[in-house]
Design a binder for this molecule. Structure first.
Ligand code: UD1
Ligand code: UDP
Length: 376
């Protein structure tokens, strides 16, 4: 390995920023030279800039500005932009996060250039290849050199796909590190006052293509959400993907529905912390509600995060079953089946990841096993 090796983090979408912040901070504390490449997959200030500010992320060394498009167009732009910037910066390791198109493109570019990579949040599987994220997860894990898993189920998925155990480290969940860091600042009261909503309320976030991309799906979902709103006022910070379609399906401001712009990280989690119920199809929100002990109904047929069901407050529901499930959740409150939170979701995932990366960088390109660096 070179003197003073360089680590690049490739980030593009809202959840990437939340997962990367603790890793960047911990690597900084170990004195590792690093930089962020922002692909520009998300570009609205409320989908991007606000997260850099709220999470204390350093400014990117480059922003590729790839923006939106079909999967092919967006991925193609990502590939072209990332190849150029990676060649220019010549990193020793590229770290990618989660399962978005920016993650996939960075892994492909680095694999072809022979640049080593690490994947944070490896091994999650919904076993639903109709989800674009599942395709991204499988390809990313198959090409990564270091794989950081957030939950034990990921280890068996990776083993079943033939990933050598020596590459895999169970480190806990950096998204939960960010939540722990933000916890002292999470106060629902000012957000509730600003929005002019009652103290008892629900929050909904909805952006999965299967829920918002067709008028039929959007209509079914919106009818169910409006029925929930008969039981409790509901705030919907709207992801830009579903803005038009959900509005056309009837999701508009009303006496007990408040449709607002996406919220910044601290405001959003403050709202979630004070909520009686969360309705979502987000990956990250399933995890955050588990840690905050807020009942969560996930409107999806499956989840790549089953630990939020076995060790958390999450339940899967169909749109048809959502209103009744909401009624039950509102009367029962949060209950965790196992009575235990997920292992290693303790706020120290970032430092664990940083220690493995730092040792790996000192290891003359040897595998973690050959360095004696083992799964945590
Ligand atoms: C992406 C990820 C998804 C993740 C989500 C997090 C992929 C395939 N999907 O989905 O896994 O859960 O991010 O939020 O990578 N748009 C804006 N402003 C923005 C960004 C997007 O208006 O700043 C709109 C555009 O109309 C765009 C649409 O949202 O076409 C979808 O954006 P895109 O990045 O393609 O996918 P997401 O649905 O955000
Ligand atoms: N989030 C936010 N503001 C919002 C909605 C979500 O800050 O209005 C945060 C949320 O707390 C979590 C992350 O965004 O940390 C999840 O992103 P998203 O749901 O877009 O993506 P997914 O996790 O589904 O990939």
């Amino acid at each position: 390995m070179r003197e003073n090796p360089l680590v690049l983090h490739v980030l593009g979408a809202r959840p990437n920023f939340v997962k990367a912040a603790p890793v960047v901070r911990a690597l900084g504390e170990l004195g590792v030279r690093q930089g962020i490449i922002h692909t520009g997959q998300h570009y609205d200030a409320l989908m991007s800039d606000v997260f850099f500010a709220d999470l204390g992320l350093p400014d990117p060394v480059a922003n590729l500005g790839v923006g939106s498009g079909s999967h092919a167009k967006q991925t193609a732009a990502l590939l072209v932009g990332l190849e150029e910037v990676v060649l220019e910066h010549d990193p020793d390791l590229v770290v990618v996060y989660g399962d978005v198109n920016s993650t996939l493109a960075a892994i492909l570019v680095c694999a072809k250039l022979g640049i080593r990579t690490a994947h944070v949040e490896a091994g999650l599987r919904s076993f639903d290849r109709g989800m674009p994220e599942e395709v991204n997860r499988i390809v990313t894990d198959s090409l990564s050199d270091l794989l950081f898993a957030t939950s034990p189920d990921a280890l068996s998925h990776l083993a079943a796909e033939g990933v050598p155990a020596a590459k895999v480290h169970l480190v806990g969940n950096p998204m939960i590190d960010s939540l722990f860091s933000a916890l002292p600042s999470l106060d629902p009261a000012p957000v509730v006052a600003r929005l002019g909503i009652p103290a008892r309320y629900a929050v909904a976030t909805l952006h999965r293509p299967a829920n918002v991309d067709t008028p039929e799906a959007a209509k079914e979902l919106v009818s169910a959400v409006l029925e929930v709103a008969h039981q409790i006022p509901i705030v919907v910070p709207i992801h830009p993907r579903g803005r038009t379609r959900l509005a056309e399906a009837g999701l508009v401001d009303g006496p007990s529905v408040k449709v607002i712009e996406p919220l910044g990280y601290v405001d959003f989690l403050s709202l979630v912390r004070g909520a009686a119920l969360v309705v979502t199809d987000s990956g990250g929100v399933q995890e955050e509600t588990t840690m905050l002990g807020v009942p969560c109904l996930t409107v999806r047929p499956n989840t790549e995060r089953p630990i939020t069901i076995t060790h958390g407050t999450n339940r899967l529901v169909t749109p048809a079953l959502l209103p009744a499930a909401a009624g039950k959740a509102l009367s029962d409150g949060a209950a965790t089946p196992s009575g235990e939170l997920p292992p290693l979701w303790d706020g120290a995932a970032g430092p664990r990841i940083a220690r493995v990366i730092s040792a790996w960088l000192k290891g003359d390109n040897l595998s973690p096993a050959a360095q004696g660096v083992r799964s945590e």
